[in-house]
Design a protein around this ligand. Structure first.
Ligand code: ADP
Length: 378
């Protein structure tokens, strides 16, 4: 099936066309990015037309058969991919208070796609859906029930499509059923989250009500005592809630600690003796170690630890910092295999390791295309 995968953000539109019936290596037919929506490109409708024009050139008359949209926030309403219609789009729009930067943009992308391709089936695939299996003791925050209910405040978790996809690959590599897989998945990109997977299902994850929680990330603080924030808000007249939100999401993390949110640069700086860069790496690896150790208990003993996304897939240096801290769990790995670069899923642990360690390239577009096809065929 020829499927267009769309990731509509507030100022950009990423797309990929995939042929799910082609051999694995030939499935991706084209991909692209349209930027500066709202400035150079007036709106999502125009961006979609630009994309449609580009697609005509590369598809040579082949017709798209379905569209899959990535959606960040599905909340409790959407626990599985869903076929879109006007009512469902309104429901996704209604979740905008929970993802003000993302869901409104997704909805604009969906409406524009329906205008351009009114007869094509369209599917939404949610970042939160994989985490809908978390038990209440993992997703609930210890705040008054009425307040949590009033604002739908709970842990939702994100990157679900990626966590699920690489878990499946790992189960296949271990030769076990996907619903028998117990492991810990570290998705380490600009945004980063770690998930405890038990019986193939998410049972806990480090991101929370929003993608700000958990690990130290490129520009996000991750976990911080909320009192620090109320202190800043009450004592600093220059910083209001909106500004603080920007600081925590865009000016913190590696960028604040080491002056760059690019892991390559931070590693280079640390290697040439920059103490702040080294501290940033230590803090980032240390916090991830704590999550992995905890989640190993959460899943009742992990069969595997998976590294994925930009840093997880490409930075042997960062993986080493994490893996060396996990030695007390009996994790052993091959230093040379760890430093190798490869686009293939691979095992980097040694035979005597208590837990298998995999590096598995994620592919959210592929997962979205497959989910779209499955729903459209059904
Ligand atoms: P996003 O969350 O934006 O999808 P990615 O998964 O593309 O992010 O990851 C981006 C991160 O991956 C950046 O911090 C970048 O520095 C890091 N990265 C990419 N390639 C390498 C590499 N070769 N070595 C170290 N880090 C890398």
């Amino acid at each position: 099936m020829l499927i267009l995968v769309v990731n509509a953000g507030s100022s950009s539109l990423k797309y990929q066309v995939r042929d799910t019936s082609a051999p694995e290596a030939e499935q991706m037919l084209t991909s692209g990015l349209i930027e500066n929506i709202g400035t150079d490109v007036p709106d999502h409708e125009v961006a979609l037309h630009m994309m449609a024009d580009k697609l005509k050139d590369v598809l040579h008359g082949r017709e798209l058969q379905a569209i899959g949209h990535r959606v960040v926030q599905g909340a409790e309403k959407f626990t599985h991919p869903v076929l879109l219609n006007e009512q469902v789009i309104d429901e996704i729009d209604a979740l905008s208070p929970l993802a003000p930067l993302h869901n409104p943009a997704h909805v604009k992308g969906m409406r524009a796609a329906f205008h351009t391709w009114p007869d094509l089936p369209q599917v939404a695939v949610f970042d939160t859906a994989f985490h809908s299996t978390m038990p209440e003791h993992a997703w609930r925050y210890a705040i008054p029930y009425d307040l949590a209910d009033k604002y739908s405040i709970r842990r939702y978790g994100f990157h679900g499509t990626s966590h699920e996809y690489v878990s499946h690959v790992a189960a296949d590599m271990l030769g076990i059923a996907r619903d028998e897989f117990n492991g810990v998945v570290a998705h380490l990109g600009n945004g980063a989250s770690v998930t405890a997977v038990k019986g193939g299902k998410s049972v806990d994850t480090s991101m929370g009500y929003t993608p700000l929680a958990g690990l130290v990330m490129g520009t996000r603080s991750g976990d911080i005592d909320p009192s620090a924030l109320t202190t800043i808000l009450t004592r600093d007249p220059e910083i209001d809630a909106e500004r603080l939100d920007t600081i925590l999401n865009k000016e913190s993390g590696l960028l604040a600690l080491a002056g760059s949110n690019d892991m390559r640069k931070v590693v280079e700086s640390a290697q040439s003796g920059d103490e702040r860069a080294q501290l940033a790496l230590d803090m980032t690896a240390y916090r991830l170690m704590k999550y992995i150790g905890g989640y190993n208990l959460v899943v009742g003993g992990a069969q595997a630890l998976i590294f994925t996304a930009g840093i997880g897939e490409n930075s042997g240096d960062f993986r080493k910092l994490v893996l060396d801290r996990l030695a007390p769990l009996g994790i052993r790995y091959n230093e040379e295999e760890n430093m190798k670069r490869s686009p293939e899923p691979r095992l980097i642990s040694t035979e005597d390791s208590s837990i298998a360690v995999f590096v598995i390239p994620t592919n959210e577009e592929k997962a979205i295309a497959e989910a779209t096809e499955e729903l459209v065929r059904a």
